[in-house]
Ligand binder design. Sequence first.
Ligand SMILES: C[S@@+](CC[C@H](N)C(=O)[O-])C[C@H]1O[C@@H](n2cnc3c(N)ncnc32)[C@H](O)[C@@H]1O
Length: 517
Amino acid sequence: MSAPNEPQAFTDPAYWKNFFAKRKTPFEWYGDYNSLSKVMEKYLKPSDKFLQLGCGNSELATQLYENGFHDIHSIDVEPSVIADQTRKNKERPGMSFAVGDAAHLEMADGAHTVVIDKGTLDALLPPAAEPADKAIVTMMFDEVHRVLASGGRYIIVTLAQPHITEFWIDHFFPLKQYILRVQKVENKASGFQMPVFCFIATKMRSPMPNPLPLEVMRSSSIRTDRIQSTDDLKEAILAEQELSQFIFLCAKKLETEVSIDFHGEDPSLGPRYRICVVDNQEVKKIETFAAFVVPIGRMMIGSLALSAKQPLAIIDTPCKMAVLGLGGGLLTAYLVRHFRKARVTAVELDPDVAKIANTYFSFPHSDSRINVIIQDALIHLAETATKPEEEKYDVIFVDVSGSQNAALQCPPPSFLTPEALLNMKNSLKESGMISLNLVTRDSELGKAIKSNIAEHFPTLYAVLSFEDVNEVIVGLKAPKNTLKPVVPQKLSNTVRKNLGSYDDILRSISNIRMVDY
Ligand SMILES: C[S@@+](CC[C@H](N)C(=O)[O-])C[C@H]1O[C@@H](n2cnc3c(N)ncnc32)[C@H](O)[C@@H]1O
């Protein structure tokens, strides 16, 4: 059973009579002692004299008793729960229960060293509290102040809704006699979506000349942090609540796949980025998560300006392309979408990546012009290199990522060995080209790599990026002086006509530079 959801009714004793009449088994508001002990025990001593306000039929007092705290008096306005609790705990000397009103306590001044309130303040002070409700809570706070011994602790277990936090701080902070601490309880048993907090007000002997410390123990921290102002304390609680809410939402299984597409200027040309939230149903606890950010490789597409087949200019040219490294499949999808006579072979090592592309990136896997091969791309190159000319490629896109932490992030070094480069070259038609995504922050290494590639591809260009560390290296088999130079202006006009106003493709074309060795 979940908690009742009409907060206003909680202030009415008749509500509780009815609530307890219907429910015979204990109902623990915000969890039992097991879930609270880690926080509470820090503020409790076996010699403490406890007063519990609004015990209901909770087993908190019994559990405290079983854990070595033997002086516990509990009150509640509802006689039936007091009768029940008394009967259940009659074998526990030192535990007592009485009908009583938290706003009119019968105990002597300073009679208790600990006052515990689990859910009672939240019940007495609804979000839309009437002045009369507020007056009752003020009286309860005054009474707690009176019956609490110096050094005593008033521990409130609460959902810390903003009106509760504010009322508590506004009452106790100005007294200058309480250290106020707030601690979030790691508590999955509460059944509440909102996190549970303990508010601990520790009473000093007398009021101090200056305000006393405010402290918070955040869930991310193992220590208590000093807080400068009451506003900062409220803010810290809100931040914890937002974090819990976020974790709660993330921990639920997604009912539908969620994705956000980011388009360029012309949405009809398809998405430029797609963010897909992939819910792993096996995961029970969020500790880490991964993000795939898959840009649609406009620089690589721009590199087609250098292909002898000129697909950017003559869009209907039959063309055989290979994409090594499928990723989200966006480059492959783009190529078949825009180059209507192109056939694209995508080679991917990891079958899970292909699954992700199909499932989450709307990869057009059933298009007959696409062939996805799950294979080590190096083996694919070695095999293609020995095939007849017509089975070789016009363009090979090398978009294989390596280690994120290495000096060379893309491609893995194994793609740059003389053997791999030779196989790349031999997998191309005579007029073919490679377009290789190179990511390194080490410019010397970048230079060395380009000179290695130049050993096999005598004509070398780089498509430079102004924003990013990556460069697309274009290598042609044809010797340098046999090529017609690209006329950027002319090509730009054709690209505009063929592919729409793709400024970033045009920009990458204008950033093509010959690499000289
Ligand atoms: C939300 S329940 C919490 C019960 C219990 N502390 C728990 O954690 O399960 C609130 C309790 O406060 C009691 N109550 C309401 N007004 C009260 C008052 N003025 N004085 C004492 N108890 C009160 C209700 O009868 C009810 O048992």
